[in-house]
Design a protein around this ligand. Sequence first.
Ligand code: NAD
Length: 471
Amino acid sequence: MGEFFHVIDGRLEGSGARFDVINPARGVPFAQCPDASREQLDRAVEAARRAFPSWRERSFADRRAYLLKLGQALEAAIEELAPLLTSEQGKPLDRARDELKRAAAQFDDLSRIDIKPDLLRDDAQGRVELRYRPLGVAGAITPWNVPIVLAAPKITQALYVGDTIVVKPSPYTPLTTLKLGELARHILPPGVLNVVAGGNELGQWMTEHPGIDKISFTGSVATGKRVLASAAATLKRVTLELGGNDAAIVLDDVDPAQVAPRLFQAAFVNSGQVCMAIKRLYVHERIYDAMCDELVALARQARVGDGFDPGVALGPVQNKMQYDRVLGILEDTRRSGARILTGGRALPGPGYFIEPTIVADIAEGTRLVDEEPFGPVLPVIRYTDVDDAIRRANDTRFGLGGSVWTNDLARGEALAARLEAGTVWVNHHVGTEPTVPFGGCKESGLGREYAELGLKGYMEAQVVKVPRAPR
Ligand code: NAD
């Protein structure tokens, strides 16, 4: 696998301290990662600050040209990087290729968006414009579920609008992000993109650092709150993309056999480790049993295993802590009296494998329904009255996504709009688009990423007033 380095001011650096990176399919370390010291973070931030004035002066078109090159370099490195991503994250090799491909496209897609000043007033007295200026140095902190697809948009948004950046990946999946930094080193001016790896403490140092102007954080709600509190000391701008406990509400007019594969995919993608996966499935009583049967058949068909084995659909849970958490939720589910229709156990072997699990006759008040499980487990909740289902779906502190499934699109749209979530879908769930803002309501986040709204989150608004005539 070779050696891994931070990228600081365009140079590769190791650290005195290192930590193990574990392959979750085997449960054993397969590589070592340098653990950045505070002094290395300081130098990364200084380098980003030094690079900022000239990077800011470049045109959008110029910065886009750099980002396109970076996207092309990532695209060209897919075959080399996909095995590394599978080794550290666990996802099947084809899914790792898909993630890298999607990330490579983001460098292009997100740097096409125009940021134009808004003309607020233009009259006899003068002209008032709302403009947007680069903020300075951004800090990006990412989780372990889709490390590259989450790092690439943060990098693109920051760099495209004229900020420079320091990126810190999760200590569970730092390696592919470090390699992305290595690719960028040959393309971008020194200091524009720095990548430092380390533990949670390194993340905290970033949120406290006076040289960082904005934090873009993706991770859990609990950590997001810590980030916000810590960023308050320097009044950093903060974007938080946090956890979700998305509800999907299936009306009684759909054919279970037809929609079940799409619901299954949206719940079990990446072994359920997706912020906006379906995590609570509300199904009308009239089609409840048929829907459960379809989902059970799909769960039994889905092959679980090492991401390097051909034909594997679902990889392991990414780390031991999360694996133990999901098993704890399953234990609680068993005690609750709910019916585990299929799955419900760890698979034998050294890796962190859990059987795809479908749970019926379960309701609010259990951990599986109330918390974000973030694993291959789906509760199917029976309802009779759709107004009641909407109320129950909204009765949570989460608010990331939600969906309604029906053959009556107008009714679906009206019901979906009543869900308290940052994104609502009809007959769909999961996915982002570069021109569509993404983010959460309530405790699922703060601010938005992607699209013009997301890009402006990496900028500072500035009002410019000019009188009609000099006086
Ligand atoms: P996490 O919050 O444990 O860690 C995320 C990152 O924060 C890691 O890089 C970690 O080292 C760092 N960190 C930890 N403590 C910190 C602190 N005090 N200050 C600053 N940084 C700190 O999250 P995770 O377990 O890696 O990821 C899973 C969570 O992420 C789930 O809840 C999932 O829903 C959420 N998520 C959200 C989105 C979204 O876009 N809304 C996308 C993917 C994942």
